[in-house]
Design a protein around this ligand. Structure first.
Ligand SMILES: Nc1ncnc2c1ncn2[C@@H]1O[C@H](COP(=O)(O)OP(=O)(O)O)[C@@H](O)[C@H]1O
Ligand SMILES: [Mg+2]
Length: 242
């Protein structure tokens, strides 16, 4: 579904991704690991067309990010959630959830509200449908952000450290939601340092270092063997206390 083909991405003199190639199918959870500053966010942003690539190509559903007229379709199909979410502050949760589906998917208000109720139930926040951004905890904001992304029926969710600004309790609330979604079959590409989530929910682990793919393997092999075989990976896992 997502084909990243030999891409290079630089910011000025800094080459962040070098001849990078990887494919994602329409199923399962892939966790992306790697030290800070290694290009993980940049990779997700390039997939979603939020950054231009210098060379190579990324196809989402067969459509190239290099062609600007594909970006709308690509963004509809790849819902992205960031470390911190800003909901539209002047709108309540229900309006935050329905504004894009009404505008972009041409749903009627009623259809959009029914869909919003479905996803608010899914993330356990139906009681907050009239709340505004400043009336929600950080964990609740992230759960709304996930629900809002799902409103567009994306083929994949791109999750960039969605729990790293949260305390452990809120973080586990969000991870529980993601675990349920994974069980429902939602395809996810998740940058995270939550190893228990990776072990429990991911089927595949990518490890990036300095803009290159160091490994791409099934989760069992990664934690059983690769962590002992690859010095860079074992140093990283020891560093984060895993
Ligand atoms: N918009 C930008 N302009 C300049 N440099 C950037 C920009 N975005 C990211 N970088 C740099 O690119 C490198 C990779 O960043 P990033 O993809 O955010 O890493 P990660 O998510 O793995 O921590 C870092 O050195 C970062 O400072
Ligand atoms: Mg990042």
């Amino acid at each position: 579904m997502i084909e990243v083909k030999n891409i290079t991405k630089s910011f000025g003199d800094l080459t962040v991704l070098k001849n990078f190639t990887v494919n994602f199918k329409e199923e399962g959870v892939t966790v992306i690991l790697g030290p800070s500053g290694t290009g993980k966010s940049t990779l997700l942003r390039c997939i979603n067309g939020l950054e231009n690539i210098d060379s190579g190509d990324i196809l989402v559903d067969g459509l190239s990010v290099n062609d600007k007229k594909n970006l709308r379709h690509i963004r509809l199909n790849c819902g992205m959630v960031f470390q911190q979410t800003v909901l539209f502050p002047h709108l309540d949760v229900m309006h935050n959830m329905t504004v894009s589906p009404i505008k972009l998917l041409k749903l009627s208000k009623k259809e959009a509200e029914e869909r919003a109720e479905f996803y608010l139930n899914k993330v356990g926040l139906i009681s907050k449908k009239k709340s505004r951004h400043n009336e929600l905890s950080g964990g609740e904001q992230q759960r709304i952000a996930i629900a809002r992304a799902l409103m567009m029926n994306p083929k994949a969710l791109l999750l960039d450290e969605v729990t790293s600004a949260l305390d452990p309790e809120m973080s586990s609330e969000v991870l529980n939601i993601l675990e349920k979604l994974a069980a429902d079959g939602v395809c996810m590409l998740a940058v995270t340092h939550e190893m228990s989530f990776a072990k429990k929910v991911a089927s595949r682990i990518l490890f990036l270092d300095k803009g290159s793919l160091v490994c791409d393997e099934p989760v069992e092999r990664f934690f059983r063997e690769t962590r002992n075989e690859n010095e860079r990976i074992s140093r990283f896992l020891n560093f984060i206390g895993e």
